[in-house]
Design a protein around this ligand. Structure first.
Ligand code: SAH
Ligand code: DHB
Ligand code: MG
Length: 222
């Protein structure tokens, strides 16, 4: 067995408590033909722990899919606003979230993130934590909106940043400049780091290396 598969399997079996709602969401999403691209259980638990550490009351998610990560966030008691471009994904997510008992805690906004984000900002919405997990080509634009809508000392996570770097050729120093990490590094509003992960979620050994970009918005939280 590849090391990454063994690590994922052992840690998941050891640390993740059985959760029928999450299992049902995965099964129902699969039954509706949604792609198997949710965060892993360990990553979902990581995000839920992070939400608890900062006592997040309001979470913004970009990329709902079947609501799997939304359920992880909602399980902490936080209110979740999640943006999804696909009508079908939104419908499946709403079903899964209702079955999990979180219908009153999760609100899914239908539309392209770059259309919805300005509307949320216009309404004056503020979040404690933002999780970006959608269209990779627009990660920087989402990040920029996220910073504007996150409270001071709130945090922003961007999924799949390491894989994006590997696939975009960011590992070539000549191409590094336009990358998300380079842009975020020049952004005076945040302090950021990379949380590299190893795993083989769903047995995809070729995608064993991945990781989040994690940022905190500078300033005093009152
Ligand atoms: N966060 C989810 C997985 C999201 S997969 C989980 O872990 O359970 C990415 C989702 O982003 C897909 O459902 C896709 O339809 C959606 N998406 C892709 N481009 C988008 C865009 N521009 N705006 C909003 N959603 C988008
Ligand atoms: C893919 C997208 C994701 O957000 C992810 O976490 C894993 C895979 C994909 O499009 O293949
Ligand atoms: Mg992802």
């Amino acid at each position: 067995m590849h090391h990454s598969t063994a690590i994922d399997t052992i840690a998941t079996q050891s640390l993740i408590k059985p959760n029928p709602h999450l299992d049902a969401a995965i099964r129902n999403s699969q039954a509706h033909g949604l792609p198997a691209i949710t965060v892993s259980a360990l990553a979902g638990q990581f995000l839920a722990i992070q939400a608890q550490l900062i006592d997040a009351k309001r979470v913004l998610e970009i990329g709902t899919l079947g609501g799997y990560s939304s359920i992880w966030f909602a399980s902490t008691g936080a209110h979740v606003t999640s943006i999804e471009i696909s009508k079908k994904h939104k419908a499946v997510a709403e079903e899964n979230i209702k079955v999990a008992g979180y219908a009153d805690r999760v609100n899914i906004e239908l539309g392209a993130a770059l259309d919805v984000l300005p509307k949320l900002a216009e309404r004056g919405e503020k979040f404690d934590l933002v999780f970006i997990d959608a269209d990779w080509g627009e990660q920087w634009e989402y990040f920029d909106w996220a910073v504007k809508m996150t409270r001071k000392r709130g945090c922003i996570y961007v999924d799949n940043v390491v894989r994006t770097m590997l696939e975009d050729g960011t590992t070539d120093p000549a191409k590094a400049e336009g990358s998300l990490v380079a842009k975020v590094g020049k952004d005076e509003r945040v302090t950021a780091t990379l949380v590299s992960t190893v795993g083989s979620h769903k047995g995809r050994v070729d995608e064993a290396f991945d990781g989040f970009l994690m940022a905190v918005v500078k300033g005093e939280h009152h």
